[in-house]
Design a protein around this ligand. Structure first.
Ligand code: SAH
Ligand code: SF4
Ligand code: F3S
Length: 440
C-alpha cells in the first residue's frame, strides 16, 4: 500500500482542500503517513500570495524528499499561477494540479505510479466538480470548515488570488446545508463557513418556485438557516470584503446567538489615495462609518483586520493615515504585511515602488500600534467570563488552549482533558497574544 504526506501552506481554503485530498486518497486505497521520510507520495499544497513562495517550495522539497519518495505533487495556488514553468523551476515535480482539479489527483498519481505518464499538469477550472466528487469527511472534528464560496471578482491591484482561484463561485445552498448537517451529526459543534469573499455569497436556493426566476440566497439567509441546525454551538465565517457588509448582515449578527459577535473586515490601508489605487472600493471614512454602524446595531461586535504597508506610492502622510485608522478602528487582532509585488498583477508595474527598508520600518511601527490596541482589548476581558472551545494542549503540563467567541487564545490549567470541550472561563490576566483564566 502506497503512503502519502500532505504539507499545506496558506489560507484556510488550502486547509479545507487538503482535508478533501486526504479523504480522496484514503478512499482510493492510499494510507496517510505521519512523516515525510516514510511517505511514497509527497504532496505540497501551496500558497502564492506573497513573493519567494516558489523559492521556499524548492527548498522545502529538497529538504523533505527522501530515497523513498516515488512521487512529488504540487497543488494549489503556485501550481495554478506557475503553469508549466513550475517543471523547469523545480524539475523533480511529477504532478502540478491547480485548486480546481484536486478531485483528479488519485487518477494522476495512479498514472505516474504505473509508468503511463511521467509528468502531469492540470490547471483547468472544472466549474467546481471537486465539491460534488469528493467523499464525505472521514474523521469529523469538533470544529469544521465548510467552503461555501471560492474565487474573487474584486481584482485588488496587488492580489494574485483572482488569478489562482478564478472567478467567484458560490456553492448551491442545499449542498452546503447537507455538508453542515452531516458534520453536525458526526460530532462537529463549531462550523466555520469559508470563502475568499464569503460575504458576497449568492448561491442557488434549495427550492425553486414554479414560474419564478432562479432564486438565490445571500450570506445573511444562509447564516440564519445554518444557525437553526441541531447540534450547532458556534458559527463563524471568514474572510470578508468590507463592501459586502450590509445592514442586514449586521442585524443577523445581533439576532443570531450561535453566530459569534466577531468578524474579520480587512481594511488594508487608511489612506484614501492608496485605497483607490488598491481598487478596494471604499474610503477610510466610509470604512470607519461601517464599523460604527455595526457597533450600533450589534453592540458586542468586535473586529479583526489585515493591513498592507509599503504599497507603491505610499508616502509618509499616507502611512500616517493608516496609523490613525488603526488607532480609531480598535481591532481585537490584526495581521499586517509588507506589500509584495506579484507578477501579473497591476500594482507590480506601478511606479514609486517602496524600498524594503521603508516597508520594514513602517511594518514595525504599525505592528507596535496594533499590538497596543490588541493588548487593551485583552485587558478589558479581565474579570469577565468567556465561553471557550478548547482545541489543543499547551507547552506546559496540564495546560490547555482554546478560543473564545473573538477567536482569541485562552489558556487554562486543568487536570481533566479539555480538548473539544466548551467551558465558561473566568479571565484572570492578559498578555499580548492571549488571555489566561480558570474554569468558572
Ligand atoms: N479576500 C480578503 C483577503 C485575501 S488574501 C480581502 O479582500 O481582504 C489575505 C491577505 O493577504 C489580504 O487581506 C492582504 O492583506 C494580504 N495580501 C494579499 N496580497 C498581498 C500582496 N501582494 N502583498 C502583501 N500582502 C498581500
Ligand atoms: Fe484578493 Fe482583493 Fe479578492 Fe481579497 S478581495 S482575495 S485581497 S483580490
Ligand atoms: Fe494563498 Fe491561494 Fe489562499 S494564494 S492565501 S492559498 S487562495
Amino acid at each position: 500500500m502506497n503512503t502519502f504526506y500532505i504539507k499545506t501552506y496558506g489560507c484556510m481554503m488550502n486547509v479545507y482542500d487538503s482535508n478533501k485530498i486526504e479523504d480522496l486518497l484514503t478512499n482510493s486505497g492510499y494510507l496517510k503517513s505521519s512523516n515525510t521520510q516514510d511517505a511514497d507520495i509527497l504532496i505540497f499544497y501551496t500558497c502564492n500570495v506573497r513573493e519567494k513562495a516558489v523559492h521556499k517550495l524548492l527548498s522545502d522539497i529538497g529538504r523533505l524528499k527522501t530515497q523513498n519518495t516515488k512521487i512529488i505533487a504540487v497543488g494549489g495556488c503556485i501550481a495554478q499561477s506557475e503553469g508549466r514553468q513550475l517543471f523547469s523551476k523545480i524539475p523533480v515535480v511529477n504532478i502540478s494540479f491547480g485548486p480546481q482539479t484536486y478531485h483528479r489527483l488519485p487518477q494522476y498519481i495512479e498514472e505516474v505510479l504505473s509508468g503511463k505518464r511521467k509528468r502531469i499538469i492540470d490547471g483547468t477550472f472544472y466549474k467546481m466538480d471537486k465539491f460534488t466528487e469528493c467523499p464525505k469527511k472521514i474523521n469529523v472534528n469538533f470544529s469544521e470548515h465548510v467552503a461555501i464560496q471560492e474565487g474573487c471578482d474584486n481584482y485588488c491591484t496587488y492580489c494574485i488570488v483572482p488569478y489562482t482561484r478564478g472567478r467567484e463561485y458560490s456553492r448551491p445552498v442545499k449542498d452546503i446545508l447537507d455538508e453542515v448537517k452531516y458534520l453536525l451529526d458526526n460530532g462537529a459543534e463549531e462550523i466555520v463557513l469559508w470563502g475568499q469573499n464569503v460575504n458576497s455569497y449568492h448561491g442557488d436556493a434549495p427550492y425553486i418556485t414554479i414560474g419564478q426566476p432562479k432564486a438565490t440566497w445571500r450570506i445573511e439567509r444562509l447564516l440564519q438557516e445554518v444557525a437553526l441546525l441541531p447540534g450547532l454551538r458556534r458559527l463563524r465565517y471568514s474572510t470578508s470584503h468590507p463592501k459586502d457588509f450590509t445592514l442586514e448582515l449586521m442585524k443577523v449578527h445581533a439576532e443570531t446567538p450561535v453566530l459569534v459577535p466577531f468578524t474579520h473586515i480587512p481594511v488594508q490601508s487608511g489612506s484614501d489615495k492608496i485605497l483607490k489605487q488598491m481598487n478596494r472600493g471604499y474610503t477610510a471614512t466610509e470604512y470607519l462609518a461601517k464599523l460604527e454602524k455595526f457597533r450600533e446595531i450589534c453592540p458586542n461586535i468586535q473586529f479583526s483586520s489585515d493591513f498592507i504597508v509599503g504599497f507603491p506610492g505610499e508616502t509618509d502622510e499616507d502611512f500616517r493615515d493608516t496609523i490613525r485608522l488603526a488607532k480609531r478602528a480598535k481591532y481585537t487582532i490584526s495581521f499586517s504585511f509588507k506589500y509584495s509585488p506579484r507578477s501579473g498583477t497591476p500594482a507590480a508595474k506601478f511606479p514609486n515602488q517602496i524600498s524594503e527598508i521603508v516597508k520594514e520600518q513602517r511594518l514595525a511601527v504599525l505592528q507596535k500600534v496594533l499590538i497596543e490596541e490588541q493588548k487593551k482589548f485583552n485587558m478589558s476581558l479581565v474579570g469577565k467570563i468567556q465561553e471557550v472551545l478548547f482545541h489543543k494542549v499547551g507547552k506546559h503540563a496540564n495546560q490547555y488552549i482554546g478560543k473564545n467567541v473573538y477567536n482569541q487564545s485562552v489558556v487554562i490549567k486543568s487536570k481533566e482533558n479539555m480538548i473539544g470541550e466548551f467551558k465558561n472561563v473566568l479571565i484572570k490576566s492578559a498578555e499580548e497574544n492571549c488571555v489566561i483564566g480558570e474554569i468558572a
